[in-house]
Write a protein that binds this ligand. Structure first.
Ligand SMILES: [Mg+2]
Length: 375
């Protein structure tokens, strides 16, 4: 039996240009960044994790190497929650921000190590629901001129998606017009959601949300700033449409406020931000207790975040739908030897779950060398 004693922790910052970029209500984004975390054990098991490190990934890597890694050397990777608490104890103040994202990358790598060390995919270690495939949605139509949004809608429909998310922003009038145009273009049976990336005030959100409900949209994601939890509670009372949010939360303590008020119908933690698989599992379990759905946020993250999210999607009882990004992201598409969470893998509009031990992916070191920014 392996003991999985941690011998080495390495953090590699990566940045890649996106061929087409992407556009939300918050602006244009032309590059993606992340940190690849590698954990090696004395018995020869190697696991991988990912930190959501959108800005300054080299700073994340330095923090991992200098502050977190020394706490892990000589410890058993089986004790994941104890190691999480050990790392947490080195961070002063409320848990959050870049430090929690660094911890997330290590936590994911530890789950990969334990899965590989025991020969089981992570979703089985989590007490899986036995899912081989998971429901998913196309993410996202860019906030763009209406004719371009309709063109994108037709493109993702042709890929076989049964649910599509649409990015909306300001001004409110054009947002409502775009939502109506997309509904008209895809017909009454396509399931639609909206992500506003905090574009609205409470009053604007009421106007847009009411229009979306009339147009038979399913959910309305992050209409207002994530810090305004009370605002989400008010919106919940004013709007019939289901609200979604939580990608900006770092811990179960943050997500708890949205969940226990049932302010959102879908909670969307990002495993590479919200403390890794361990903390995200707790968020999804809490959501289950409150009859709130769990929908993993993936965004522009890389292949390790996508694989970890698929493992959680396969295992969590509260899981509802998986975010399948329809953008060319080199850190998702090239970082592993086989595709992970890519629209090219859709089977009847659903996404297959990786089957190999651990996260179920193998690293493409050519791509790591291509995109590393630490030399
Ligand atoms: Mg979002």
């Amino acid at each position: 039996m392996k003991n999985l004693i941690i011998q080495r922790v390495t953090a590699i910052p990566l940045t890649a240009r996106m061929p087409d970029g992407t556009r939300t209500s918050q602006g244009d984004f032309g590059a993606v960044s992340m940190v690849l975390v590698q954990v090696e054990t004395a018995d020869g098991v190697v696991g991988y994790g990912e930190c959501l490190g959108r800005f300054g990934p080299a700073a994340y890597a330095r923090f991992i190497q200098d502050v977190l890694a020394p706490k892990l050397i000589g410890q058993s990777a089986f004790d994941i929650r104890r190691l999480w608490k050990l790392m947490r104890a080195s961070l002063s103040g409320r848990a959050g921000g870049m430090m929690l994202e660094c911890m997330a990358g290590i936590d994911i790598a530890l789950w990969d190590v334990v899965g590989k060390g025991t020969g089981q995919p992570v979703h089985r270690l989590l007490g899986g629901m036995g899912r081989d495939v998971v429901d998913c949605y196309a993410s996202s139509l860019n906030w763009a001129p209406i004719d371009a949004m309709i063109k994108q809608a037709h493109a993702v429909t042709a890929m076989g998606f049964k649910t599509i998310k649409v990015k909306l922003g300001q001004p409110v009038g054009r947002a409502i017009e775009a939502a109506a145009a997309v509904r008209q273009a895809v017909g009454p049976h396509m399931v639609l959601g909206v992500d506003a990336n905090w574009a609205y005030s409470l009053d604007d959100a009421v106007k847009v949300g009411a229009a979306l409900d009339r147009l038979n949209y399913w959910f309305f994601e992050e209409p207002i700033v994530p810090e305004d939890v009370a605002g989400y509670g008010l919106l919940r009372q004013k709007l019939p449409i289901m609200l979604a949010g939580g990608e900006s939360d770092f811990t179960v303590a943050h997500a708890r406020e949205l969940i226990e008020q049932r302010a959102v119908g879908l909670i969307q933690p990002d495993v590479a931000r919200s403390g890794g698989i361990s903390e995200t599992r707790d968020i999804a379990t809490l959501a289950h207790a409150f009859h709130v759905g769990y929908a993993p946020h993936v965004g522009w993250s890389g292949a390790i975040c996508v694989a970890a999210s698929l493992q959680l999607a396969a295992a969590m009882p509260a899981f509802v739908t998986f975010e399948c990004m329809c953008i060319d992201n080199p850190l998702r598409d090239e970082l592993t030897l086989t595709p992970t969470g890519s629209p090219s893998q859709l089977v009847n509009g659903q996404m297959p779950v990786p089957k190999l031990p651990g996260l179920g992916v193998e690293i493409n070191w050519d791509a790591v060398e291509r995109y590393r920014v630490d030399r």
